[in-house]
Design a protein around this ligand. Sequence first.
Ligand code: FPP
Length: 270
Amino acid sequence: MDVPETAERIADRLSGVSLPEHVAIVMDGNGRWAQQRGQPRHAGHYAGVQAVRGVIEVCARLQVRALTLFAFSSENWRRPKAEVRVLMELFRTTLDRELAELKRNNIRLRFIGERGRLEKGLQQRLTLAEEETAANDALTLVVATSYGGRWELSEATRRLASAAVRGELDPAQIDEAALRSALCAPDIPDPDLFIRTGGEQRLSNFLLWQLAYTELYFTETLWPDFTPDELAVALEDFAERERRFGELGSKQGAGEQQLAAVPLGQARDA
Ligand code: FPP
């Protein structure tokens, strides 16, 4: 992936802007994009790969630390068999085609989700891609495949419960840090910015734990039309947000004097 002109232009456009370290994206709207053109749904998924490429290039150029893409949800298994087959084939061919380029660009690949449900050959490819890029330390690209936030939280709970049964963990010690440590990728900081294309305004079971304080950005743009410039707009929007993490922000003039002025019982979380 040579850094193309577009990524350079966007880096210029965003110079001095405060950027997220981790961006998470729900890539929605492939099917509608294809239907609008009188094409079968899978044509939208193929077109979506191009948008994936653009977003990776820009994030890498901007030195975003992590990019998580929701490629296939636990619920997507309920789609018609033919569509599931096309998507699985697309992951396999895209991975085979792009791996060398990702390696050249020092990008680390990770996969989160219920791998056991994937076809054996694909499972092996994912593991190999993770091993071969494990030492890369530019962008970490996390691909959520056969993933659901509720599945991840159930798995984490099961792991902690098993450790407790084995006597390795005192249930009284189970706190937020313990639960986080049992998630799929506990070492990756929570996303700062969540983007969903395709017009729906919901999380759809994506990173339920990790998105607790993430800034949410929704756009009507269908995923195959989500260009690097659209990503730049989302990043500029993010830069305008005031992140408070449940505390008082600068606009509220955080400080003891302000707190003293709030009548008891009227304190509000962010
Ligand atoms: C949602 O659109 C999209 C998907 C279920 C698949 C996303 C996959 C890609 C963009 C391609 C490959 C990605 C990688 C990382 C190799 P939809 O089908 O729900 O669209 P609709 O809402 O218009 O029906």
